[in-house]
Write a protein that binds this ligand. Structure first.
Ligand SMILES: *[C@@H]1O[C@H](CO)[C@@H](O)[C@H](O)[C@H]1NC(C)=O
Ligand SMILES: *[C@@H]1O[C@H](CO)[C@@H](O)[C@H](O)[C@H]1NC(C)=O
Ligand SMILES: *[C@@H]1O[C@H](CO)[C@@H](O)[C@H](O)[C@H]1NC(C)=O
Ligand SMILES: *[C@@H]1O[C@H](CO)[C@@H](O)[C@H](O)[C@H]1NC(C)=O
Length: 276
């Protein structure tokens, strides 16, 4: 799952506490479309309501609470338990906090937007993949993840862990089946079907982090990128900085063969993984 910490922290009004390099911040912020790209988005129900926002003061108090009892008492004092003890992972159709791309959207509840998670070692996301949608290759810096398919037909998945265990592990999960993505592994999920798929991602850290592999590889200096790849001829006339600007935002479109089979258009201009 991709989420922009910068976006979240801005929304929560505690930017001052989070140092960042403005240039990097701009480059890393996904360029979300104004409206969503989600096929068959979930409908609002009479329990749907916006998630609350928190002041910096509230977040600081939650962080400083010494025991779970203090923390929960404090959070309960913020207001309605249906706001502060509940998190709505429904994408609002136009903007999700964890992924917005031509392949679908993702919503993540983690400690910065759901502070009751503080100290729990847990976060959770829901991924809404369009037909042929791909949760592009990424790692979670601080969490192991279990991906469970809760709607749709199937999900193809893969991960590659580390030296000594560096052959990919592939699984194809069916409805209500889950699979593991070990902490730090490069992994992906692909909905190779003509219908949408929804998966729940359980994460073993309240601040799981995400690093998109292609984006964070190609952001490095041209000669370093070239050298990492042994100066391949296919990069001879390629400016890798410019190339990076063409990377798709998560969730990306998946394999072209799927689009062909399903009779839907693969949009060649899906740049948006970064702000140009
Ligand atoms: C989404 O936004 C784009 C550009 O802002 C617009 O061209 C398009 O019609 C919009 N689509 C929907 C479904 O509103
Ligand atoms: C939302 O409601 C519409 C109209 O009833 C329905 O066609 C659609 O399938 C619903 N979406 C989901 C995800 O259930
Ligand atoms: C919400 O809708 C369901 C039916 O969809 C109904 O049974 C329930 O009473 C409603 N709750 C409220 C608070 O309106
Ligand atoms: C690549 O293009 C960017 C402008 O898009 C430029 O700033 C940079 O110097 C170029 N890199 C190389 C190695 O030519």
């Amino acid at each position: 799952m991709l989420f922009s910490l910068a976006t979240l922290t801005t929304g929560l009004g505690f930017t001052a506490a989070v140092p960042f390099v403005p240039e990097l911040y701009r480059r890393q912020e996904p360029n979300y479309p104004d409206n969503g790209t989600l096929v068959n988005p979930p409908n609002a129900t009479n329990l749907t309501r916006p998630n609350p926002t928190y002041t910096q003061e509230q977040l600081t108090q939650v962080k400083l609470a010494y025991t779970a009892v203090e923390r929960l008492t404090l959070i309960k004092s913020f207001g309605n338990t249906d706001d502060y003890f509940k998190f709505d992972l429904t994408p609002d159709g136009s903007h999700s906090n964890a992924a917005n791309g031509l392949g679908g959207q993702g919503y993540l509840a983690e400690v910065a937007n759901f502070p009751v998670l503080m100290g729990t070692g847990l976060s959770v996301a829901i991924g809404y993949l369009n037909p042929c949608g791909l949760d592009s290759i990424h790692i979670h810096n601080r969490a192991t993840e279990i991906v469970t398919l809760v709607s749709g037909k199937s999900l193809k998945t893969g991960f590659v862990l580390e030296d000594g265990f560096d052959l990919p592990v592939y699984t194809e999960i069916g409805l209500y089946q889950g699979t593991i993505r070990p902490q730090g592994s490069l992994h992906w999920e692909f909905n190779d079907n003509c219908e949408p798929a929804v998966f729940v991602a359980s994460l073993s850290n309240e601040d799981p982090g995400v690093s998109r592999t292609a984006q964070n590889f190609f952001i490095n200096p041209q000669d370093i990128v070239d050298a990492n790849l042994a100066y391949p001829s296919w990069l001879d006339n390629v400016n890798t900085t410019d190339y990076r600007a063409q990377l798709p935002a998560a969730f990306a479109q998946g394999a072209k063969a799927c689009y062909q089979r399903c009779g839907i258009t693969y949009d060649t201009n899906q740049a948006g993984g970064i702000t140009k």
